[in-house]
Design a protein around this ligand. Structure first.
Ligand code: SF4
Ligand code: F3S
Length: 117
């Protein structure tokens, strides 16, 4: 089992999640983060930390969540590891679904690993 970061993280990237992970299994891209499913110990402490509600368990898989599991698996092997909180994306609150942003952000996913952290 693992937890999965979905499209709600995109263009928000608050990084509150990375601070609390006991096994440091978050990896950072240009506009989101992912979890390495093989390293995640399923502790669940990151889930309530995300201001965008972007982290979900894999207990009730849907085709959409399967898509994001594959994204997490792939890019956690390519992107740099992150263990400390950094500033959110510049417009994070405007892209936050919990603050009223309603569009699916899947198309905005940036496949590049974060640079100049
Ligand atoms: Fe890390 Fe626990 Fe979240 Fe998995 S569930 S990513 S181990 S904090
Ligand atoms: Fe993304 Fe939420 Fe973490 S927005 S960086 S999953 S705190």
């Amino acid at each position: 089992m693992t937890y999965i970061v979905n499209d709600r993280c995109i263009n928000c990237r608050y990084t509150d999640c990375v601070e609390v992970c006991p096994v440091d299994c978050f990896y950072i891209g240009e506009n989101s983060v992912v979890i390495n499913p093989d390293e995640c110990i399923d502790c669940g402490v990151c889930e309530p930390e995300c201001p965008a509600d972007a982290i979900v368990p894999d207990t009730e898989m849907t085709s959409e969540l399967e898509y994001w599991l594959n994204i997490n698996t792939k890019y956690s092997q390519e992107w740099p590891n992150i263990t400390k909180k950094i500033d959110p994306m510049p417009d994070a609150d405007n892209f936050n679904p919990t603050k009223g942003y309603t569009k699916d952000k899947t198309q905005d996913f940036n496949t590049e690993g974060a640079k100049d952290l």
